[in-house]
Design a protein around this ligand. Structure first.
Ligand code: SF4
Length: 430
């Protein structure tokens, strides 16, 4: 079941920092982050969300610390959190100091909103004394007005300069335990800004497309920006910013890293055929039901849902496990080999049951446990379907014939206007 990890471009070397026990940069696994959307003062509600995020695969969670009650909430949340907590700070440096007091494992400072040099240095000094890293979280939408003016807008250079200035303040108190983000809601701007940041700094980079919006557009934007950079070897930790339940952000982050082969697969990789004239079931509905049933289980295998038994097991023979439909039955197959035939209404349940056994026992053991008559039964279904629908249920040969005829007719040269004796040929209309 171990699948070879796809290698994107070699990861650009960065120094390593630690957010609590989670290493970021310096070749550490790329971590997935998200942010709670509860009031941080609501300790139980926030912790419930943090647990949901952690069980979806979040490595680090950020909570806003915008008022005294939020800082007090953090003091209760941090010791009970299963993952390190980063406090998000805008405008008030006292909130950063209070969050440090609460025991957070990281701070995020927005240099566009927190601008007083003395206050920035005070926070950096305190973070240094406590061994807590800071993310310099530059955001195109809240860029320092002077930089906006100097660069004629929120350009990649302006975003990187904002991070550089903040680093310079930190350097004055000899603090360098830093990661950097240069987010924008524009994907091209964000990509350019991170490319420049990667050339400029050797600090770990936290990737994100900010305010990407609700799915699916938000997912597409996040994937376009984050995925492009990761494929170039840029990025050490990621966050999707979706207008959705933050659990969706974590799922998207994990799935992107797993799809790129940058994190080991923990969850099911569900593939499904696109359906066609041969389909014997509602492929979309069954695939969705299978996804819902399997996603909460940590089963690191590829599972296929295929619309017909005629081609399904063959087309998905690379999948660890699959099910194909035919004659109101489901053919369950492992690596393309039929192991059981079940009634159609038990397809999803059978798939889930077999997936769990496959992960627990391994492929060889499950192949050895195949029902004795399954292959023969499946072959009988397959034959009957081919007889009923023919070899060409999608009418492809018919279409090919039509295509050939059309192209042939277009290419056929027009008949000459005169016959061999030079007399004009009668027009077809005459
Ligand atoms: S041939 Fe069968 S498995 Fe392939 S797309 Fe069509 S229904 Fe799905």
């Amino acid at each position: 079941m171990a699948r070879p990890m796809l290698i994107a471009a070699a990861r650009r070397p960065t120094r390593q920092i630690h957010v609590g026990p989670v290493a970021v940069g310096g070749g550490a696994p790329i971590s997935v982050q998200s942010m709670t959307i509860t009031k941080t003062a609501d300790v139980e509600g926030t912790l419930a969300q943090i647990y949901a995020l952690a069980s979806a695969g979040a490595d680090i969670v950020r909570c806003t610390c915008n008022e005294k009650e939020a800082a007090e909430g953090l003091a209760h949340i941090v010791p009970r959190s299963p993952v390190p907590i980063v406090a998000d700070i805008h405008f008030h440096h006292e909130m950063a100091l209070a969050a440090l007091e609460a025991g957070v494992q990281g701070l995020r400072l927005n240099p566009g909103n927190l601008r007083k040099e003395a206050e920035i240095k005070q926070v950096a000094q305190e973070a240094k004394d406590r061994g807590v890293p800071i993310r310099i979280g530059v955001n195109a939408g809240s860029l320092h007005p002077e930089l906006y003016k100097r660069f004629g807008g929120a350009t990649p250079e302006a975003l990187v300069e904002s991070a550089r200035m903040e680093l310079a303040y930190f350097a004055e108190v000899d603090f360098d335990d830093v990661k950097i983000s240069v987010k924008a809601s524009s994907v091209p701007l964000m990509i350019e800004a991170y490319r420049l940041a990667s050339e400029t700094f050797d600090h770990p980079l936290h990737l994100g497309v900010t305010e990407a919006g609700p799915p699916p557009a938000g997912l597409v934007k996040g994937t376009a920006g984050i995925g492009t950079l990761l494929a170039e070897g840029i990025g050490d930790t990621i966050r999707y910013s979706l207008t959705a339940d933050p659990v969706e952000e974590v799922k998207a982050g994990r799935q992107l890293l797993e799809a790129l082969g940058l994190r080991e697969r923990k969850s099911v990789d569900l593939i499904a055929c696109p359906s066609c004239g041969r389909a014997e079931i509602d492929v979309i509905g069954v695939a969705r039901a299978a996804q819902e049933a399997l996603e909460s289980r940590q089963l690191p295998i590829q599972v296929a849902v295929m619309g017909c038994v005629v081609n399904g097991p063959g087309e998905a023979r690379e999948a660890d496990l699959g099910i194909a439909a035919g004659r109101r039955r489901g053919h369950l197959f492992i690596k393309g080999k039929i192991v059981r035939v079940v009634p159609e209404d038990e397809m999803v349940a059978a798939l889930v049951e077999e997936a769990e056994k496959l992960v627990a026992e391994g492929i060889e053991a499950r192949l050895a446990a195949a029902d004795a008559g399954a292959e023969a039964e499946a072959e009988a279904d397959r034959r009957m379907l081919i007889e009923a629908k023919g070899e060409d249920a999608n009418h492809s040969s018919q279409k090919v014939e039509l295509i050939r005829k059309t192209i042939h007719e277009e290419r056929e040269p027009p008949a000459p206007a005169h016959d061999q004796s030079g007399n004009p040929r009668p027009s077809k209309d005459q």
